[in-house]
Design a protein around this ligand. Structure first.
Ligand SMILES: Cc1cc2nc3c(=O)[nH]c(=O)nc-3n(C[C@H](O)[C@H](O)[C@H](O)COP(=O)(O)OP(=O)(O)OC[C@H]3O[C@@H](n4cnc5c(N)ncnc54)[C@H](O)[C@@H]3O)c2cc1C
Length: 320
């Protein structure tokens, strides 16, 4: 049995949740078993709809004490669910929630785990799954031989597929431990898609000269429907907020499109973005290392190119 922890945020499922269920279904098909999903807390989205992504049943523990994420409580409840449904593979999203649960669950369940996997496991005799390592420069294959196996799935590794029909929804009888954490305040960034989930990203670096010039980046991002990001020195000097910093020491992303404006492409920056599907680089220095990683490059002054690109997108949007 494959159990997918179907993460929700404020009662809504994220794209990465649908990817995880789709993945769980594919793993179940390979192992000749079923895929079921687990939802915790009150949810406004249609829980049964997880069936369309491949869950044959959804276990929904519809309890308000699970509305606020607490890794200790969630790990405890998910571990109970694994035992109750008899799951031998547990799939989570490799989100910040999934990352904080995978290790805890591996200890609780005495399970081998692969965090950030991006392939369907091979199941011919051995259970092996791959993930990118060394900042995407190499692929490692891990064999899990424990009876219970845990995989957290890297976002954007497989597209969500709606091939099934709504699933039946059932409660699962578990003990919910009391949280030892008292949450005083939750601050969230509203309005844009969070960077780890963004499919389109417009990012800018020190070539922008100063924070007062970011209007052209925001306008481009707005027209494309992208989330904005930046290089580390830009965040360090306070030109942009720290949550926009991508790279080795910032957020690692893998969007479908990454437009890098006035960023040199240092190895530490590339470490967090080189898994993007398509990379477009705008830089006036033909020797900028980023051009080596780019699918498309524009060697020109960004203050010239970016407004023209925005205009071109506006025209394109108007004609479509
Ligand atoms: C341990 C460690 C961890 C690090 N982690 C990260 C990280 O996570 N993320 C990260 O980003 N960096 C990280 N760095 C820093 C990294 O090494 C680089 O210094 C940084 O990425 C450079 O930022 P930048 O490209 O914006 O600036 P610069 O290197 O100054 O590059 C600016 C670029 O803009 C171009 N440019 C200038 N003017 C224009 C114009 N008018 N039109 C077009 N192009 C123009 C220039 O040709 C240049 O290529 C780390 C460094 C260390 C040592």
């Amino acid at each position: 049995m494959i159990l997918v922890f179907a993460e929700n945020q404020k009662g809504k499922f994220k794209k990465t949740t649908f990817e995880a269920v789709t993945y769980g279904k594919k793993v179940a098909e390979k192992l000749g078993t079923e895929c079921v999903a687990l939802v915790l807390g009150n949810v406004s989205d249609d829980v049964a709809a997880l069936g369309t992504y491949g869950a044959s049943k959804v276990y929904h523990i519809d309890n308000a004490s699970l509305n606020q994420f607490d890794s200790q409580v969630f790990a405890n409840v998910i571990a109970q669910a694994v035992g109750k449904v008899g799951a031998n593979v547990l799939v989570l999203s490799h989100s910040s929630t999934g990352k904080s649960l995978t290790g805890r669950l591996a200890v609780r369940l005495n399970a081998g785990s692969v965090a950030g996997a991006n392939s369907i496991p091979t199941t011919d005799g051995d259970f092996k799954v791959r993930k990118n390592v060394f900042s995407g420069k190499a692929i490692a294959e891990y064999q899990i031989s424990s009876p219970v196996k845990i995989i957290s799935l890297m976002g954007n590794s497989i597209p969500p597929e709606e091939t099934g029909s709504p699933a039946s929804v059932e409660n699962l009888d578990v003990q919910i431990p009391e949280s030892r954490i008292k949450v005083k305040e939750v601050k969230t960034i509203e309005g844009t898609v969070p960077l780890p989930e963004a499919e389109l990203v417009v990012s800018a670096g020190r070539g922008m000269k100063g924070p007062e010039n970011w209007g052209i980046i925001e306008e481009l991002a707005d027209v494309v429907g992208a989330t904005t990001a930046c290089s580390r020195p830009v965040a360090d000097t306070g030109w942009r907020p720290h949550h926009e910093h991508v790279g080795q020491t910032g957020v690692a992303i893998r969007p479908n499109l990454y437009i890098a404006v006035g960023i040199s492409g240092a190895i530490q920056h590339l470490a967090g973005v080189n898994n993007s599907k398509v990379i477009v680089v705008i830089n006036k220095d033909p020797e900028a290392p980023f051009f080596k990683a780019a699918d498309y490059g524009v060697c020109a002054d960004l203050f010239d190119v970016v407004p023209k690109l925005t205009e071109a997108f506006k025209k394109y949007n108007a004609s479509n």
